[in-house]
Design a protein around this ligand. Structure first.
Ligand SMILES: Cc1ncc(COP(=O)(O)O)c(C=O)c1O
Length: 436
């Protein structure tokens, strides 16, 4: 196993450092397309799109050139009191692509901040809009939801493993079971007057382990929000930019939210950039004289960074020039077939969940029931896959596959084969089941 260059001073995210330092990990030095190369010269398929953000592959010529060209102009200039052409053009293009009614783009730099901003905007709207309802300070979120790691986004987070420790730091919000529109209606009927917004990950709850929502659910959520005049925040940080087969997951249910949160794939996975899209109704409530203090008092230093905007524009160009979305359907179909042939028959695979190129493989003991978490079975799959030349990262004992949309059929096949072999090895199922 490759080792970290000693001594390492780096503290890694979501990582138990004791085990990490004992085990070592590849140190990625370069990349090309869907392949990552470490300092020892080993190559790996980027099976999780460098944490769900790479879209068109690494070192994409068009995005590389756009970032280089922007370097020749300006690398950073503030959006506080100034603007720049890339931010203007990107906002125009995002508004054109987004569901109808989302006409204002507020930039930030991560998925967490995109959600944090939507929460604060929704809250502030009800404090100061012409139709102000100051009692509307609460939020509704789904069980098992994940919206980021900042304190506001954790307050609407439903993954107890990550979130419950921080409960004393968080604001209260109503948690409802995912996929159950009746339960949401119930909460809104009882508490609607105190609710500012409902926040959901549309179609797929990614960090929960790729949990799929029943068809029609998002439409019912939108209808319930409308009935109670509550805002709908759709967090498409993970699902946006083609992951579910359409540019945005909302499109599949013909839903237009009041706020749309974007990050990860926005720059094709190149640079940190996020956007919170809002409606004209929302924006209008923030207009007024300075002394009225209707301003949205929020903004990060690197908000709307010009290099990141250049990468985002080039990524949107790549979607058009390479017909990325049109070419996705056959890849998703191939993935479905490969999972059915190679992964589902494995004795320790309890369920395979897939939407577009987002996929979660849930592992379980042969007789059913979860593995003892101390066994770290999902992590074992990661190590076994790594030894075979693919980077996958599990969520507990759910193995995630989420390759760049640009992955070619033969590499997709290799990725699923490696994953199946790695699952067989890590669960002690041997390789016979895979060969069958
Ligand atoms: C749905 C969703 N929202 C928000 C986030 C947080 O994004 P970031 O890690 O860029 O802060 C994530 C990250 O995985 C996510 O999946």
């Amino acid at each position: 196993m490759p080792s970290l260059p000693p001594p390492s001073h780096v503290w890694h995210p979501f990582t138990q450092m004791r085990a990490f330092e004992a085990e070592g990990a590849p140190v990625i030095e370069s990349a090309d397309g869907v392949w990552l190369t470490d300092t020892a010269g080993r190559r790996y398929i980027d099976g999780v799109s460098s944490l769900w953000c790479n879209v068109h592959g690494h070192r994409h010529p068009g995005i590389d050139a756009a970032v280089r060209a922007q370097l020749e102009r300006v690398s950073h200039s503030t959006m506080l009191g100034l603007s720049h052409p890339g931010a203007e053009e990107l906002a125009r293009r995002l508004v054109a692509l987004a569901p109808p009614g989302l006409s204002r783009v507020f930039y930030s730099d991560s998925g967490s901040t995109a959600v944090e901003i939507a929460l604060k905007m929704a809250f502030q709207y009800w404090q100061q809009a012409a139709d102000a309802r100051p009692a509307r300070t609460g939020f509704v979120y789904l069980e098992h939801s994940y919206h980021g790691d900042t304190v506001g986004s954790v307050s609407v987070g439903g993954i107890d493993l990550f979130h419950s420790l921080y409960r004393p730091l968080l604001f209260d919000a109503h948690r409802v079971p995912a996929g159950d529109a009746g339960a949401l209606e119930h909460v809104l009927a009882a508490h609607g007057d105190e609710i500012a917004a409902v926040v959901v990950e549309p179609l797929v709850q990614g960090a929960a382990g790729m949990l799929l929502q029943p068809p029609g659910y998002l439409r019912e959520v939108r209808a319930a929000c409308d009935r109670h005049d509550v805002f709908l925040i759709c967090d498409e940080v993970a699902t946006g930019f083609g992951r579910t087969g359409t540019m945005f997951a909302c499109e599949q249910e013909a839903v237009a939210p009041d706020f749309l949160c974007l990050a990860k794939g926005l720059t094709g996975g190149y640079l940190p950039l996020a956007a919170t899209l809002a409606t004209e109704r929302v924006h209008a409530a923030f207009l007024g004289e300075h002394e009225e203090l209707r301003t949205f008092f929020h903004g990060h230093t690197y908000t709307g960074n010009p290099l990141a905007c250049a990468a985002a524009l080039a990524s949107l160009n790549a979607f058009e020039e390479e017909r990325t979305l049109e070419r996705l359907a056959p890849k998703a179909a191939l993935l479905e077939q490969l999972l059915g042939d190679l992964v589902e028959p494995l004795p320790h695979v309890a369920e395979v969940r897939r939407c577009g190129l987002m996929c979660g493989i849930e592992l379980a003991r042969a007789g059913g029931g979860p593995f003892d978490p101390a066994l770290r079975t999902g992590h074992g799959v990661t190590l076994a896959a790594r030894a075979r030349g693919a980077i996958v990262r599990p969520l507990g004992d759910v193995v995630v596959l989420m390759p760049p949309l640009s992955i070619e059929a033969d590499v997709l096949e290799e990725l699923v084969e490696i994953t199946a072999d790695a699952i067989a090895e890590a669960t002690g199922a041997g390789t016979l089941a895979v060969a069958a």
